[in-house]
Design a protein around this ligand. Structure first.
Ligand SMILES: [Zn+2]
Ligand SMILES: [Zn+2]
Length: 246
C-alpha cells in the first residue's frame, strides 16, 4: 500500500483554507513549504518566516532564501506528525493549521504577524477553524497506528530563517551568520515510516459509559467524556483505562 503523503495532505488543506477563509486571503500558499515530522509532543507546529530579519545591536539582520521547484518560498511550516493520529483530539490538527497560518504577516512577505500567543490569538484560531468547516473545508484526515506515512523535513545544516515561533511562546533568536544561505529542494528530505513508530507514548482513559479516550499527555485535572457531555460533567469522569490498549 502506498504511504499517505502527509506534506501534500497538509499543503492542500492550507491552500483550501487560504482560498475559502476571508481572513486568510492575504496568504499566498505557493510561498509556503509544508513539512511534517516528529516534533516534541507539546509542539504541534512551527512557522519560520524566511525574511524575519531581526536586527539586534551587534548583529546583522539575517535571513535565508529558498527556492523549491522554481517557487520562491517565504515560509516553512512544520506540522507534528502526531496530529494525524486517531488519538489526537478532534479539533487539534485543523486548529494547528489555522494557528500557523495566522502567524503569517498581513503582507505575506516572509515576516511574522506581530501578535502574541494568548487568549486573543486562540480565539481567532478557533474562529478561523469554524469558518473553514462552515464553508465546506475538509478536516485533516486521521490514520490508524499501522498506517504508512510520508514525512518531509529540511536536512540538518542549521535552520533557515531567524524567527521561530513556537506554540506557547514566541522566541526571536538570532541565527549564527554561518546559517545564512540559500536553500533549495536538495535540502528537503522525505521518508516513509509507520505512524505508530513516530508517536509519543499514549495514555488511555475510559468514561462510565465505556467511551475510550486516548491522549498523548496524562490528564492533569479531572476531565469528563466529550462524547457524553460537551461541558464538564462529574457524572462522566474519565478514569485510567485498566484494559490493555489495542
Ligand atoms: Zn504559534
Ligand atoms: Zn462517554
Amino acid at each position: 500500500m502506498d504511504a499517505h503523503h502527509l506534506p501534500n495532505i497538509f499543503s492542500s488543506i492550507v491552500s483550501t483554507a487560504c482560498r475559502v477563509v476571508p481572513d486568510l486571503a492575504h496568504v499566498d500558499p505557493s510561498r509556503i513549504l509544508v513539512c511534517v515530522r516528529k516534533l516534541p509532543p507539546t509542539r504541534l507546529g512551527e512557522t519560520l518566516g524566511l525574511r524575519q530579519a531581526k536586527a539586534r545591536r551587534g548583529h546583522d539582520p539575517v535571513f535565508s532564501t529558498m527556492s523549491v521547484g522554481g517557487r520562491e518560498i517565504l515560509y516553512v511550516i512544520t506540522f507534528n506528525v502526531s496530529l494525524v493520529s486517531t488519538a489526537a483530539p478532534s479539533r487539534q490538527a485543523l486548529e494547528t493549521v489555522m494557528h500557523e497560518l495566522w502567524h503569517i504577516a498581513e503582507e505575506c512577505d516572509g515576516t511574522i504577524r506581530p501578535a502574541r500567543h494568548g487568549k486573543g490569538f486562540n480565539a481567532t484560531v478557533a474562529e478561523l477553524h469554524d469558518i473553514y468547516l462552515s464553508v465546506g473545508g475538509r478536516p485533516v484526515p486521521t490514520f490508524e497506528p499501522h498506517a504508512r506515512v510520508r514525512l518531509r523535513h529540511l536536512r540538518g545544516k542549521g535552520r533557515p530563517g531567524v524567527l521561530s515561533v513556537r506554540r506557547g511562546l514566541s522566541i526571536a533568536a538570532t541565527v549564527p551568520k554561518a546559517w545564512k544561505q540559500a536553500w533549495t529542494e536538495d535540502d528537503m528530505r522525505e521518508r516513509t515510516a509507520v505512524l505508530s513508530k513516530l508517536l509519543p507514548p499514549s495514555f488511555s482513559y475510559v468514561c462510565p459509559h465505556g467511551h475510550e479516550v486516548v491522549r498523548f499527555r496524562k490528564l492533569s485535572k479531572a476531565s469528563s467524556c466529550a462524547a457524553c457531555s460537551k461541558t464538564f460533567d462529574r457524572r462522566f469522569l474519565l478514569s485510567p483505562n485498566k484494559k490493555t490498549p489495542t
